[in-house]
Write a protein that binds this ligand. Structure first.
Ligand code: ASP
Length: 326
């Protein structure tokens, strides 16, 4: 028996939030759709050539990190102090190895650094300057911090500062977490390769106007990212604090593994727990049988999927069908 007919799947997201049709300029919408479809194509090329789910996840995420429209890599949001501080993680469902970086300012593709932590170090999570030194030692591309600057995100920060002032005390943090219009845009990917192996990855700039030292769910294994061949691969986006408090990614996997919930039901249950404590966002999921889900409790989620037929489908809003893109 060959593996060529085995299911391959790639599901991606580019963030969930209060995406408003009337505020999304056609030109920006086109850029989102183009980048999502390119991300799917790059990831699919890896899977179709017999590559691993881990490599497909990296290929898909790098496209979105390199695009200025998503809140990851180039185009990331700014912290209150005016820095781009990036978080990313990856997990291999076949070995349950995982790697992550947090609060890095000079690594061009944080998802590659997360992968290097997973494969080239005995650790799971490296932060800040240590993570940057490690990435440089591994030969990853290091850029000047100004590389990540975009006018759009800078303007967003100025608006957030004018509206919220400093986001330091608990109430103000809670406020800023729920008023998320245009603040999201985290990217993620989950994949199943033809050998039956699952992988998940997520990359973000975090939240606009986040306070110094703040780290969300994205680099936390079990919160923003999780993969286990015995259950699912899952990547999250949304109000990170609530995703950490509900162990969102592992929570979803545990419901599938232990309670035999369908993947969509499990993700919806997790999102309901998150909503109950004042959070919102989305989860993308794939299992080893090739079932996929893209669940969210916001107005929209930038999302897409591709399977054996190589037809890429993408969507943004909750109330419209996925669009087939060439
Ligand atoms: N979950 C990310 C964070 O809290 C943000 C997002 O998904 O937009 O850092």
């Amino acid at each position: 028996m060959t593996t060529e007919n085995c299911p391959i799947r790639l599901v991606i997201h580019g963030g969930a939030g209060a995406i408003r049709r009337d505020r999304l300029k056609p030109e920006r919408e086109r850029m989102f759709i183009q980048t999502l479809s390119q991300s799917l194509r790059e990831g699919y090329a890896v899977l179709a050539a017999g590559g691993s789910s881990v490599d497909a996840v990296i290929a898909a995420i790098v496209v979105m990190e390199d695009s200025p429209v998503f809140n990851a890599g180039k185009g990331a949001v700014f912290s209150h102090e005016g820095h781009n501080e990036l978080d990313a993680s990856i997990m291999d469902g076949s070995t349950r190895m995982a790697g992550a970086v947090a609060a890095v300012r000079t690594i061009r593709n944080p998802i590659r650094a997360a992968h290097a932590v997973m494969t080239k170090s005995p650790h799971v999570l490296l932060i800040g300057q240590g993570a940057e030194t490690f990435a440089a030692e591994q030969g990853l591309e290091i850029v000047d911090a100004s590389f990540f600057y975009t006018q759009h995100r800078w303007d967003q920060l100025q608006k957030a500062i004018a509206k919220k002032q400093i986001v330091l005390d608990h109430d103000l943090v809670a406020d800023s977490l729920t008023d998320n219009n245009e603040k999201h845009g985290t990217v993620g990917a989950v994949a199943l390769d033809r050998y039956g192996n699952l992988a998940a990855g997520t990359s973000t700039g975090g939240l606009t106007n986040k306070c110094f030292g703040r780290v969300g769910d994205t680099p936390i294994i079990g919160a923003g990212t999780y993969a286990d061949n015995q259950s699912i691969a899952v990547s999250a986006t949304g109000t990170g604090e609530m995703f950490i408090r509900t162990a969102a990614a592992f929570n979803t996997a545990a419901q599938v593994k232990l309670q035999h919930k369908s993947i969509a039901r499990a993700a919806d249950n997790t999102l309901a727990e998150i909503a109950a404590i004042g959070g919102e966002g989305g989860l993308i999921v794939v299992d080893a049988n090739g079932n996929t889900a893209m669940q969210f409790n916001t107005r929209g989620m930038y999302r897409g999927m591709i399977s054996n037929d190589g037809i890429a489908r993408v969507g943004i809003f909750a109330d419209t069908e996925l669009l087939v893109v060439s």
